[in-house]
Unconditional design. Structure first.
Length: 540
């Protein structure tokens, strides 16, 4: 691994020498504001005027001011000199022959400057110099507020607006504002439906050349960006950057309101909307507003469906799909399993059930001997015994064994509940929750226990009930012999031994060892005027 690192450094040094990029030690004059380094003292002195705003050189003709004398002299030529070098392809004219030569490359498509590391080609040497910083990791432009570094000055300038909150570029169509003009231009193309960059392999179109380039890798399978820690390879540098953050734990983008930290700026932006209540993504058909573009895209799919269920607000593209769906609400189950007495409202549900009969459960749990069809199901099950919860919420530090549970939990922070019951008006985060809720109106209890004939409205409730017959109690107390079905029950029980009472009433100071007792106290004594956060701490 060390050899790979040394080889990579040699390639970077060779690439730098190709485009005359001087080493850091050959730039002894360092700016104390942004850490940019220069070879000459007068260059540093000229650079400092960027930070001070001082522009001592004034054009006597048009009053434009400049920080450096060379820029001032170059500007004067606009007024005094004739642009004798003209482009024969368009009407552009230039003062210098070198400027015309560079301009002509736009027409010819010539890209003479090639990166010796990844073979990327560029029209101008300055672009190659900036590109090499991707390989070297050099980030000379640093933010003085949070210390984040950038390879280009324009990226730093855009980043500074995160701290100031400035978004001067406004969309004339939907009023969304941006901190960068280029982001606004791309956003406007979304409204216009313009996607000029087309893939020659699958005919998909994209907004930008970068998006097309990223897409083409899916056809070639090329993964040139490799992690120096574990050797994992990625198609895009952004994917590698995200992966490296897993090793370092670095989260440079922090919320100034609650301190939550993120690997990417876009995640921070989405998080900040939790505090501000901003919902910039609006549906042009019905006016519904959302905090993320992903939520809006999901909502738009509903308008494309023609058939609508008046009971649970589900949409369908075909009438036969709606008819089959309505059977579930009516309690009609025409599909019967040939191997057992189970019946189903939908043919797909029956097909999944039949697979359970035929599947070989070769993957066994070494703790409780439970058997599973796949290693994925076994791994998920083992979390019950180990208590391992790999999926953590970045907002409130709650953790979950399953990724789907984390996604549902994150929706509680955003507060979007699109699945509304047409009977009583209660809204839910997920459609599955709504379907389970609808059973409370119908009174249907389709799941029956074969041991004691008890019936249940949900399959999950039946599974919990069956474990009582089986005597399956995996969570054991380390102090006494008590055992429990669920980890949460064991956690509450342990507080009996420790005396811990984490739920404290902020009104009267009384403490409780479980949330249920705390809620009951608030309802009975304080008339429910206190709410409970997701981490268990009470707030008014």
């Amino acid at each position: 691994m060390m050899g790979d690192s040394a080889n990579h450094k040699k390639k970077v040094d060779d690439a730098k020498s190709q485009c005359n990029v001087p080493d850091r030690h050959s730039r002894p004059f360092v700016c104390n504001v942004c850490s940019a380094a220069f070879r000459f003292k007068f260059t540093l002195k000229s650079h400092l005027t960027i930070h001070t705003g001082n522009k001592p050189f004034k054009c006597p003709i048009c009053d434009v001011r400049f920080t450096a004398k060379p820029a001032y002299k170059s500007h004067l030529r606009i007024h005094t000199a004739e642009k004798s070098y003209k482009c024969d392809k368009c009407s552009a004219a230039f003062l210098y022959k070198s400027s015309l030569t560079m301009h002509l490359r736009r027409h010819t498509g010539e890209k003479p400057f090639r990166c010796t590391i990844c073979d990327a080609v560029f029209t101008y040497k300055s672009n190659l110099r900036v590109h090499i910083r991707i390989h070297s990791g050099e980030k000379p432009f640093q933010c003085t507020v949070c210390g984040v570094g950038y390879s280009q000055k324009k990226h730093l300038q855009g980043h500074l607006m995160v701290h100031t909150g400035e978004k001067p570029y406004k969309c004339s169509v939907c009023s969304v504002t941006f901190s960068d003009r280029q982001h606004l231009r791309l956003h406007l193309k979304n409204h216009a439906g313009v996607k000029p960059y087309k893939c020659d392999v699958c005919n998909l179109s994209f907004l930008t050349r970068c998006q097309l380039k990223a897409h083409l890798v899916t056809h070639t399978g090329d993964k040139p960006y490799k992690c120096t820690v574990c050797g994992c390879a990625y198609a895009q540098p952004s994917s590698l950057k995200q992966h490296v953050a897993e090793h370092t734990g670095e989260k440079p983008f922090k919320c100034m309101i609650c301190g939550a930290a993120y690997v990417y700026k876009k995640l921070l932006k989405a998080h900040v909307r939790i505090h501000t209540g901003e919902k910039p993504y609006k549906c042009t058909i019905c006016g519904a507003a959302y905090t993320t573009s992903r939520s809006l895209a999901k909502h738009r799919q509903l308008h494309k469906q023609e058939y609508y269920c008046k009971i649970c607000s589900s949409y369908f593209s075909q009438k036969k799909s709606l008819d089959a769906h309505l059977l579930g609400h009516a309690g009609i189950k025409p599909y019967k399993c040939k191997l057992c007495d189970a019946t189903f409202a939908y043919v797909r549900s029956m097909q999944r059930h039949v697979k359970d009969h035929s599947a070989q459960r070769e993957h066994k749990c070494t703790v409780c001997n439970a058997a599973f069809v796949s290693t994925g199901h076994l791994k998920k099950h083992l979390g019950i015994h180990t208590g391992q919860k790999d999926y953590k919420c970045t907002v409130c530090d709650m953790s979950y064994r399953v990724k789907a549970s984390l996604k549902l939990h994150l929706a509680t922070h955003i507060g979007e509940k699109h699945n509304k019951c047409s009977v009583c008006g209660v809204a839910f985060l997920a459609r599955g929750y709504l379907i389970n809720h609808l059973i409370t109106h119908t009174g249907d209890r389709p799941f029956k226990c074969k041991v004691c004939d008890a019936t249940f409205s949900l399959r999950g409730t039946l599974k919990i009930h069956l474990s009582k017959h089986a005597g399956f109690l995996p969570h054991k107390c380390g102090v006494c012999d008590a055992a429990f079905q669920f980890e949460s029950c064991l956690t509450r029980h342990v507080r009996v031994h420790t005396g811990e009472k984490p739920y404290e009433c902020e009104v009267c100071g009384v403490s409780f060892n479980c949330k249920g007792n705390y809620k009951a106290h608030v309802t009975a004594v304080h008339k429910g005027k206190i709410e409970v956060k997701c981490d268990g701490n009470s707030i008014k």
